[in-house]
Design a protein around this ligand. Structure first.
Ligand code: AMP
Length: 218
């Protein structure tokens, strides 16, 4: 039976980093809607062409488009899945719930990583990501710099800033995030699936906390 786990949290809370660390330890398939959409933008697909300006302005892509992309991917996956950046709205969460029950799939853990806003801005503005779509490793110029400036330690591709990591787009992403987050959080908070994690410690400490949650659940 496929289990679907969810990482919730604002931009810069460490969802992407923690997701990559977790899938390296547990056999999970990492599905980041941000990565799926960036891939569509870079390939110039119809969805990518529509999403490009929305993403660059830090706005949310519409629910039907994102749900469609996600459900198409879920239908083809046979292992346990870890979502990063999805669901982002109550409507997405409700549609996902319906899709899972229609398909006989189970919701696993919903891990909510929280970090104060001032810390998030500093993290995101100094974030660099590997330009190789198959790697996508995330660096931070202060807390987690690459060994060679501008080059990925793992695959040696050049690092780049994400188009939406500048201060202006970040602020827009934060205000979009808070518009939709409360009802989304409330939807999961009352359930047995929900776990809150303080995202302010070191990446290692947070990784250990999340791993322990998965071990408890197994
Ligand atoms: P992320 O990599 O998760 O920070 O996402 C980057 C951008 O992709 C967001 O600012 C949105 O424009 C878009 N995006 C990613 N996931 C979603 C989602 N679940 N719903 C709507 N838009 C999304």
């Amino acid at each position: 039976m496929t289990n679907v786990h969810i990482l919730l949290g604002p931009p810069g809370s460490g969802k992407g980093t923690q997701a990559k660390r977790l899938v390296a330890k547990r056999s999970l398939i990492h599905l980041s809607t941000g990565d799926i959409l960036r891939d569509a933008v870079s390939k110039g697909t119809e969805i990518g062409l529509r999403a490009k300006a929305i993403m660059a302005n830090g706005k949310l892509v519409d629910d039907d488009t994102v749900n469609g992309l996600v459900f198409a991917r879920l239908q083809n996956e046979t292992g346990d899945v870890l979502f990063d950046g999805y669901p982002r709205t109550l409507q997405q969460a409700e549609s996902l719930g319906k899709f899972l029950s229609d398909q006989g799939l189970d919701l696993g853990l919903v891990i909510d990583i929280s970090v104060p806003e001032a810390v998030l801005e500093a993290r995101v503005v100094d974030r660099m990501v590997c330009s190789n779509n198959n790697c996508g490793y995330i660096y931070h110029l202060v807390t987690c710099p690459p060994q060679v400036e501008g080059i990925c330690d793992l695959c040696h591709y050049p690092l780049k800033h994400r188009a939406d990591d500048c201060q202006e787009a970040f602020r827009s992403r934060m205000s979009e995030f808070y518009k939709t987050f409360e009802p989304l959080q409330a939807y999961y908070k009352g359930t047995d699936h929900y776990r809150a994690v303080d995202g302010q410690g070191s990446s290692d400490a947070i990784h250990q906390t999340i791993l322990a949650l998965f071990q408890e659940q197994a």
